[in-house]
Unconditional design. Structure first.
Length: 139
């Protein structure tokens, strides 16, 4: 409902929670199409959950739903990675894989936008903190 205002004033947006009841006035008209509409209009947009109410480990699922409803594949990757860093002014340190940045990396067994894909390994600051071969699930 405020898309034109955001575009006109070059205001970034952090969208969410969406995986919940529309009990708040600010979420009543928001759908999974919202992320694509904002991204396609040139708005710098990131995705958020309402952890612990809507779990942050399901961010991939949220991006998949937004992609299904019109957000481009590239847009889905950006709302999960670099856009949040840009909004916070931290894109020189986090949000993408580049020499000199913090090394937080997920290794997946498939397409990040496929709900069947599993996290196989997680590295934080270059240190392995999760490996599915240790017979545990991340979530």
């Amino acid at each position: 409902m405020i898309l034109d205002f955001l575009v006109e004033n070059k205001i970034a947006a952090v969208v969410g929670p969406t995986m919940s009841y529309k009990s708040k006035i600010e979420t009543r008209k928001k759908t999974w199409k919202t992320l694509g509409l904002l991204h396609n209009a040139g708005i710098l947009v990131a995705l958020t959950s309402d952890h612990p109410v809507t779990q942050c480990q399901y961010q991939f699922i949220y991006a998949i739903l937004a992609h299904r409803e019109g957000l481009s594949r590239q847009g889905a990757y950006e709302i999960l990675t670099i856009n949040g860093a840009k909004i916070l002014g931290l894109e020189n340190r986090i949000g993408s894989l580049e020499v000199g940045k913090d090394a937080d990396i997920l290794l997946l067994n498939g397409d990040p936008l496929d709900a069947r894909t599993k996290v196989m390994r997680v590295y934080i600051d270059g240190v392995a903190v999760f490996d599915i071969r240790d017979n545990e699930e991340l979530f």
